[in-house]
Design a protein around this ligand. Structure first.
Ligand code: 5RP
Length: 219
């Protein structure tokens, strides 16, 4: 199986978690795009979807899936999203696509978070992938200096504007041995909207596509 086939396989496995007529949360990225396509092809009807990005909303609508506002749904039974890295405790780095804040909001509103990845995203300790941080524009340099003080090397994702009108710093070489503490510390810095660590609220289930099929990691 090549990487695209793995994404399609894990996306199809996630469709099995979708209850008929549910309102589900949908993440962002190429693996999630496969999930949206697989859901539409499955014929399984969903009532509506809460989307984590403009790109996902467009794809959902393209398949005739109604996109609704999280303010009108209450908590969701299911959220499906990809990740840039996952560890054995189902903690994640997300935000490679820049949608981390809305993704974190929808994950927080969901009872079950199913993360869909291929095996290339597996790590023992998070942090090989640079950690994305969404910042309000005026705070960019100040937050970057704080990241240097924490031992990281921040890089401004220049030219990229999030769906919320903010900017992204990608921080290399941070020590993420204690991702819960680091998530709290970074999120406490004024001007940080959120960081791409999903450790306080990890995934409930990680579905991993590999050459031998789909592995499910759950408590
Ligand atoms: C977007 C994300 C994505 O889930 C992450 O970047 C993985 O994307 P892909 O499925 O394309 O590898 O966090 O903000």
């Amino acid at each position: 199986m090549n990487q695209q086939e793995m994404k399609q396989a894990v996306a199809a496995a996630a469709v099995e978690f979708v209850e008929e007529d549910a309102t589900i949360g949908v993440g962002t990225g190429s693996t999630v795009n496969c999930f949206i396509d697989a859901l539409a092809a499955s014929g399984r009807r969903v009532e509506s979807a809460v989307s984590s990005s403009e790109a996902t909303s467009e794809r959902l609508r393209g398949h005739g899936i109604r996109v609704v506002d999280l303010n009108n749904t209450g908590d969701l039974d299911l959220y499906v999203d990809g990740a840039d890295e996952f560890d054995p405790h189902r903690r994640l780095i997300k935000g490679g696509g820049g949608a981390l804040t809305r993704e974190k909001v929808v994950a927080a509103a969901s009872r079950k978070f199913v993360c869909i990845v291929d095996q290339s995203k597996r790590v023992n300790i998070l942090g090989t992938f640079p950690l994305p941080i969404e910042v309000i524009p005026m705070a960019r340099s100040m937050v970057a200096r704080k990241m240097v003080a924490m031992g990281g090397q921040p890089e401004w994702r220049e030219g990229f504007v999030t769906d919320n009108g903010n900017w992204i710093l990608d921080v290399h070489n941070l020590d993420l041995v204690d991702p819960v503490a680091t998530e709290k510390a970074i999120n406490d810095i004024p001007g940080v909207v959120t960081c791409g660590l999903f450790a306080l609220r990890p995934a409930d289930v990680v579905l991993v596509a590999g050459s031998r099929g789909i592995e499910q990691i759950s408590p």
